[in-house]
Structure formats: C-alpha cells, structure tokens
Design a protein around this ligand. Structure first.
Ligand code: NA7
Length: 552
C-alpha cells in the first residue's frame, strides 16, 4: 500500500518548510519530498562563491514566529547563502520539520485520481505516495538553465552551474576561469573570485544595470531596534507592492528638474537597496521617458567607473529600460573590469562557436580555461513544475495545459488540476517581491483553504476555467500597462529557447493581490469549484491507526 498523506509537497525550501509547519499545526498529515540531501531549496543549491540575497535580512526572513525572530541574529544587512542555509536548517530543527521530509528523492510524476479526488505521486526511487492535495513548492527560480553549447561535454577542465554548485570547497586560486552570464549570479560569482583567479573572462550576452551593494554587519543595536519594530515592518511589507517596508513614491520623475532627479538618483545609488532607484519616482516603470532618466543615470556611473571606453560601452545596457530585467547588486562589479587580468567578451560581437577540450572558441578565436562557470540562469516559474509529469482530470497534462504559456488562477491553482496548489506560481507577484513575504501569504491562504474544505466536509477544489481566463488576462493587462514586457527577461521566458513569451509574474503588487485572494476566500472561494464528499478513506482515521503519528 502506498503511504497516504493529506498533502504531499514538492520541495523543502522556504515554501516547503513553512507549509509543513502550518499544515501540521492545522492537523493535516504532510510529507515534503526534497531532491537535495538537506533543507534549503534555492539556498541549498546556489552555493556558488559570493551568493547573497539582494533583499535585506530583515525582509527576507519568516515573520510567522516572534520567538524565531528573537533568537536568530542576522549578521549582515544582506544575508549570504551560507547564513541563509544555516537559518533554514535552524528553522527545520527548531520546529522539528525534518521528520516530515523525504530527502534525496525527486517527485517524477503526479496523477489525479478522479474517483478518489486525490493524487498519486511517483518518486524517482520507484515508490508511490497518495495524497489528497499536491503542492508544488519547488521554487520559482530553481530549474537551472544549463545552456546547451556545442562541445560542452568535451571540455577537459571543470564545469559548474551556479544553480547546482557543489558543496565541497572549490579553489579557483591561480586558475583561468570563464563566467558565462551577467545576471545576479554571474555578477556575484565574478566579483567573488576575481581576487583569486589568474585570469577572469566574463562572457556577456546582455549588459545589466548593477548598483553597488552596500552591505554591512548588523550591530546589536540594529538587531534590537529591528526586534522592537519588526511587527510593524512586516505588516507594512505585507501590504506593500514588493513585500518590502518602503513607501511607493508619489512624485513623477518628469515633474521635477533634471538636477533634482540627479540628486535623488545619486542618493538612492549611494544608500542603495535593490529597490531604491526604482522607488525614487512613481513613473519609472510605466513611462519610457521617465525610465530613460534613471537608465541614463546608471549608464553615467558605468562610464565614470570603467576606464577603457570600449569596455565601458560594452557594459552599458541600452536595449531595455532599467529594472525591466531584475537589476543586480554587485560589490565592485564595474571596477573589476579595470583590472588587467579581467576581460569582457561581448557575445553580441563575438558569439561562442563551441566549447573545446581546452577552452571556449568564439568568432574571434579560442581562449584556454581551467574552469567554466555557467551563470546562465533558470527556467523560471514553470521549470520546476515542468520536470514533473503532472496529469490532471481527463488525462490532461500540465504540459498540454500550459503549452501556450502558464495558465493559472491567482498563480495558486490551474483549471483541470483539482487539489493542486502552486506556491508563488506564474500569475502571482512572488518573483517581483521579497519572496518570503509572498511565500507566507500563499502558504497561509492554502492552509486556510484546506481547513475550510475539511470543515465543510469537501473533498476537492478546482479553478474554474472562466475565472482563470479572466485572471490570465488581468495579469497580462497589468503588465502591458508597464515597461516590463519590453525586456527579454526570465519574467517573459525569453531566456529559454522555445518557451512561449508571456509576462508571468503579477505586477499588481503584493498588497493588492493579498486583498484579492482574501476577498475570494471570504466569498466562499469565488472562481473555484468546491466539491465533495471525500472518496478517499478518512485520512484522520488513517492517521489515528498509525498511533497518532503525523506524516509517516
Ligand atoms: P539571470 O538573471 O537569468 O541571468 C542569466 C545570465 O546568463 C544573463 O546574463 C543571460 O543573458 C545569460 N545567458 C543565458 N543564456 C545564455 C547563453 N546561451 N549564452 C550566453 N549567455 C546566456 O540568472 P541569475 O542566475 O543570474 O539570476 C536569477 C535570479 O536570481 C535573479 O534575477 C535574482 O532574482 C536572483 P541574457 O540577459 O538572457 O541575454
């Protein structure tokens, strides 16, 4: 007999851990299936040199437990990957979550069993689980895009992808290293290893806008102040656009003088957090001319920092407005290109032809390397779900349902897939916010929903196709009112060859979105079909038979 749970969760990162906690506290039996040997999700896999969150520690930690907050001392303004991983391990231990996680195991399939109103979940070790609810919490930016470049297999040196970094130390001292990609991961890796390597060559396809990261240790006073005010800070963030406690501006960039703008940008640049420049004026993401003023400000910083004018120009983003791709925070990124052993290869001028046993061949010739780092990003938002063979009602596969782009209701559910939930799925604001706030909102909503179904004696919930179609259209309309769709970003899937182009995150803001989700729940889950009663044997009874053991 397969093991049976109320809910099977994919992943034990920020989302999976909080799901286990909430659902278990609510009396549901849960099992999280995690491919890694430990907890952490994104922060387990992205162990590359210099990996650091671009959202401040205070806004990138759970807010559900004051005790947790009081006992955990963040050491820096921006948390590094090792500290985030320690934090998530601490959370797993503190709330005794590991006993409901199956590690080193991947979910390979999930099939909805219509008469039973539940899911049969297949694992890569051949085991099968049964669950009333199947929850995809495998991360929005978690499926590595390991770009297929001819000859990769032939390379005699080491090859890494930032998103699947080995956990043993890698020593780049004295090595000739190539980094392909200049998103956040590429910027962080390059700047972290630049001091050690003999030669660093950065292969850039599209220049980015990188602001300086102003990281610093957190003093005991700062931590004390944070603990005193965190309740209010979290609450402000929960109702904000981006899950951070900073107010959205009301003044338009073009309504003030050029001098005033310049001063505001300079101030944001020098006191930067990731969102600081974007939050300088209200119209930056909706008005091209307004955005051009901030884009040009950043270009000016590149020109004044990079000594060689040709390299400076190659590093200068011109093909898309500022912040329509996620900007980067970097420590001495542009300065790095002034160093004699650091070289920039502009792939727009000299594309890669192939990888050879010795190195990388571009149209200008071959360069030898000891190691190649792929910082080529992720199949974001849909990649983690796509690797699982998901079959819903009437044999409909998720692959078929999303062939033209992901179709969801609220980014939480998809029509044809009853009792399946997505955490920070496409159509939700997650990736455009401080993720943990969005994760908490989704997990709380899902838990409330499961409690509601149980209280009403209902067995299934499914998005209505009409409500879903309206939501998809709404997500698109909101995006189309902004400059965001202009960039070839992972927000639109442009980084993955063949992926349908669709703006995936919801840009209406976390606060607005939260209110919509709450109103929908309060109205009896408007836009969802709720049905029952349960055909599966009573799960609580099952649990009782196991001697009160929750989760197996
Ligand atoms: P990103 O931001 O998607 O960056 C990936 C980079 O890799 C980007 O510069 C890409 O260029 C480049 N890339 C992708 N495919 C190729 C190929 N085939 N050849 C050359 N260069 C390529 O991923 P990150 O891991 O840096 O960051 C992901 C998110 O994590 C980030 O947004 C933060 O939210 C945290 P492109 O711009 O597509 O031309």
């Amino acid at each position: 007999m397969p093991d049976r749970y109320d809910a099977v969760i994919v992943g034990a990162g920020f989302s999976g851990l909080y799901l286990i906690k909430r659902l278990r506290d609510a009396g549901f039996s849960v099992l999280a299936v995690e491919a890694a040997p430990s907890v952490g999700g994104t922060w387990y896999w992205n162990a590359y040199p210099g990996a650091r969150c671009d959202v401040e520690s205070f806004d990138y930690s759970y807010s559900f437990s004051k005790e947790l907050e009081d006992e955990w001392d963040w050491s820096e303004r921006y948390p590094g990957q090792p500290e985030l991983l320690r934090y998530l391990n601490h959370v797993a231990d503190r709330f005794d979550l590991r006993r409901d996680i199956r590690f080193d195991t991947r979910v390979t399939s999930a099939t909805f069993d219509e008469p039973a109103n539940g899911w049969t979940v297949g694992l890569d070790n051949g085991d099968t689980l049964e669950a009333r609810f199947f929850i995809l919490a495998g991360g929005a930016i978690s499926m590595p895009n390991f770009t297929a470049i001819e000859g990769r297999e032939s390379f005699a040196g080491q090859i890494y992808h930032t998103g699947t970094w080995p956990h043993e130390p890698i020593d780049f001292t004295g090595k000739r290293v190539a980094v392909i990609g200049t998103g956040s991961s590429g910027v962080q890796t390059s700047t972290a290893i630049a001091d050690k390597v003999a030669q660093l060559t950065v292969f850039q396809r599209t220049p980015n806008y990188t602001a300086p990261v102003l990281n610093h240790p957190l003093t005991p006073e700062a931590l004390a102040e944070w603990r005193k005010t965190s309740g209010e800070r979290h609450e402000r963030s929960r109702h904000s656009r981006q899950g951070i406690p900073y107010a959205f501006p009301t003044v338009a960039a073009l309504s003030v003088s050029a001098e005033e703008r310049q001063e505001a940008y300079r101030n944001a640049w020098e006191n930067s957090h990731l969102f600081a420049l974007r939050l300088t004026y209200s119209d930056l993401m909706v008005d091209e001319a307004a955005n051009e003023t901030v884009s040009e400000f950043v270009r000016g910083r590149i020109r004044e920092t990079v000594k060689d004018p040709v390299t400076a120009e190659r590093l200068t983003p011109r093909s898309y407005p500022f912040a329509t791709k996620r900007p980067c925070l970097g420590k001495g990124y542009y300065e790095m290109f002034n160093r004699a052993h650091v070289r920039l290869v502009d792939l727009r001028e000299t594309p890669i032809v192939r990888i050879t046993p010795e190195g990388i061949e571009t149209t200008e010739g071959e360069a030898p390397f000891d190691a190649i780092v792929f910082a080529t990003g992720f199949d974001a938002l849909t990649g983690a779900a796509a690797r699982i063979a998901i079959t819903g009602r009437d044999g409909l596969t998720l692959h078929e349902a999303w062939a033209g782009g992901p179709e969801t209701y609220l980014g939480l559910a998809s029509a044809g897939f009853p009792n399946l939930f997505l955490v920070t799925g496409p159509g939700s604001p997650g990736p455009l916010t401080a993720m943990v706030k969005s994760i908490e909102q989704h997990v709380d909503w899902i838990t409330d929903c499961l409690e509601h179904l149980r209280a009403q004696g209902l067995a299934a919930i499914e998005a209505e196709p009409e409500a879903q179609a309206k939501w998809v259209e709404h997500v698109q309309q909101v995006a189309d009112g902004t400059l965001y769709p202009r960039a070839n970003s992972w927000y639109v899937g442009a980084n993955i060859p063949g992926k349908p182009r669709r703006f995936m995150p919801y840009l209406g803001g976390l606060g607005v979105y939260r209110a919509k989700c709450d109103a929908i729940a309060a109205a009896g889950y408007e836009g969802f079909v709720l049905s029952g009663p349960a055909a599966l044997p009573e799960l609580a009874t099952e649990r009782d038979q196991r001697g009160g053991q929750i989760g197996g």
